[in-house]
Ligand binder design. Structure first.
Ligand SMILES: Cc1cc2nc3c(=O)[nH]c(=O)nc-3n(C[C@H](O)[C@H](O)[C@H](O)COP(=O)(O)OP(=O)(O)OC[C@H]3O[C@@H](n4cnc5c(N)ncnc54)[C@H](O)[C@@H]3O)c2cc1C
Length: 443
């Protein structure tokens, strides 16, 4: 890898970072932010030249993705509840004890990393502790995920899933309601995706299987294996798996950080998001999500499936377990859940023999709106750097440094943007919320 390539990889001002528009659009509004995205993604490519632009990237990787898509079309329902290596019949899970890359976690970060590793000819094992399909919050996906889906070869399966699309969202951020679009280009408006995560995550994991990844599921990563300072694999419920590289993609519980004593740096007071789902008359809602922020925090409501709304709230002072008042005529479909969304980062997110991707590396509260986008990109980036190190074109230390810088840059810009946004509503008059504090669905 040339230094120019490395510069492209490490260049801090990339579209895959926090210049991707936030859910709130950023201080100057989402259209400008979206244009920024277009400017930066189209000609220059995110992360490196093999990660796609909005228009699909160069001929090589797109063709490869299409080939993969053909082989990973949903040939059978994805249900891996039986413990298995491949998603087939039940049986004792035993791991191959030697591979190039072992990945803990089969969410978007882990599956994206696995697909990318396999595509580069790396023998890859992925451990996922839960049976799929399994629930996960985080349905509202930024349009920037679409070219990534193409590159990962899941575009057709994702389209076949029929996830609703949306042009933007209604927002009242301490002021009047307005509609914020993602933006558009010559092909038309950019559309976000309301992806049911149980389905999306199954599609991604299935694509990893289709690409040749050995998936052990359900199978928990227990502890990292070490030789001196180097991490040399994972001790798991399926036994010990030695690997030249280990990727932690276990999400916000930070498996590797806890087990290997990597410090997690907090950049906000403790923040707990509450979330849940309500069913009811779909006519009450338009097609677009709504976001209302005021001095106490914010509420996000999104129609994610027919007659089903997801809601997420963040109160700055204390969590609120109640569904938003505007959903009072709808029926909760389950309990209110909570998630620690305190802004935090594992600064040492790459080191001797390991990478930490997705939420496992950094968490920012969901107002940033691109947790899944970041997870996919960081998984791909970790895998891409590993492939280069494995192929001998990049020193391991340079790859680790590139990954740490990329992760830190994204985190720095996202937290700066969110801090500015929250400063706008901190002194807001709550009465602006409208009659009875209801979240109005249309202005
Ligand atoms: C309330 C809420 C709302 C959100 N809304 C949005 C949104 O609208 N849009 C958006 O883009 N993002 C949103 N997010 C963020 C988004 O959910 C995350 O950023 C995204 O899921 C991160 O993906 P990941 O692959 O890093 O981790 P995860 O999706 O958490 O996947 C981690 C996987 O690792 C597995 N695992 C854990 N421990 C082990 C182990 N020891 N061994 C093996 N496997 C293990 C888990 O079972 C899981 O499947 C939201 C988050 C919250 C909390």
């Amino acid at each position: 890898m040339s230094s120019e390539d490395l510069a492209r990889t490490t260049e801090p001002r990339r579209p895959v970072d926090s210049r991707v528009p936030s859910r709130t659009g950023g201080p100057a509004g989402p259209v400008r932010a979206s244009k920024d995205l277009a400017r930066t993604t189209e000609p220059r490519r995110p992360v490196d030249s093999r990660v796609p632009s909005r228009t699909g990237g160069p001929a090589g990787p797109v063709r490869a993705s299409e080939d993969l898509a053909r082989t990973t079309e949903p040939r059978r329902p994805v249900d891996s509840r039986a413990p298995s290596r491949t998603g087939g019949p039940a049986g004792p899970v035993r791991a191959s004890n030697d591979c190039d890359v072992v990945i803990a976690g089969g969410g978007p970060a882990g599956s994206a990393a696995a697909i990318w590793c396999a595509r580069h000819g790396l023998r890859t094992v992925l451990l996922e502790t839960q049976s799929f399909p399994r629930d996960r919050p985080g349905e509202s996906l930024h349009p920037g995920v679409e070219p990534l889906f193409r590159q990962l070869g899941v575009e057709r399966a994702e389209e076949a899933a029929g996830f609703p699309r949306y042009r933007g969202h209604w927002v009242s951020w301490g002021g009047p309601w307005r509609f914020e679009e993602f933006g558009s280009d010559s092909t038309g408006p950019w559309l976000g995706i309301q992806a049911w995560r149980a389905t999306l995550d199954s599609i991604l994991l299935e694509a990893a299987r289709g690409a040749g990844v050995e998936v052990l599921q359900p199978c928990r990563a227990l502890a990292p294996m070490r030789e001196g300072k180097r991490i040399v694999g994972v001790s798991s419920e399926a036994g010990e798996i030695r690997a030249r590289f280990t990727i932690d993609a276990t999400g916000s519980r930070h498996w590797l950080s806890r087990k290997a004593g990597l410090p997690t740096r907090r950049a906000s007071p403790r923040l707990i998001a509450t979330y849940g789902y309500c069913a009811g008359d779909p006519d009450v809602f338009g097609e677009e999500p709504v976001l209302e922020g005021n001095g106490t925090g914010w509420v996000w409501i999104a129609p994610v499936r027919p007659a089903l709304c997801a809601w997420t709230r963040l109160r700055f002072n204390h969590p609120d377990r109640h569904p938003p008042p505007s959903l009072r005529d709808m029926q909760p479909t389950g309990p209110t859940r909570g998630a620690d969304v305190t802004w935090r980062i594992v600064d040492a997110c790459a080191g001797d023999g390991y990478y930490v991707a997705g939420d496992a590396a950094s968490v920012i509260d969901p107002a940033s709106s691109h947790g899944v986008l970041k997870a996919l990109m960081s998984g791909i980036l970790a895998a891409d750097l590993i492939a280069r190190v494995h192929g001998g074109s990049l020193p391991e230390s340079a790859a680790g440094e590139a990954f740490r810088e990329w992760t830190a840059g994204w985190f720095r810009r996202d937290t700066k943007r969110l801090a500015e946004l929250y400063a706008q509503i901190d002194r807001t008059d709550l009465r602006r919320s409208g009659p009875g504090g209801r979240v109005r669905l249309r202005p």
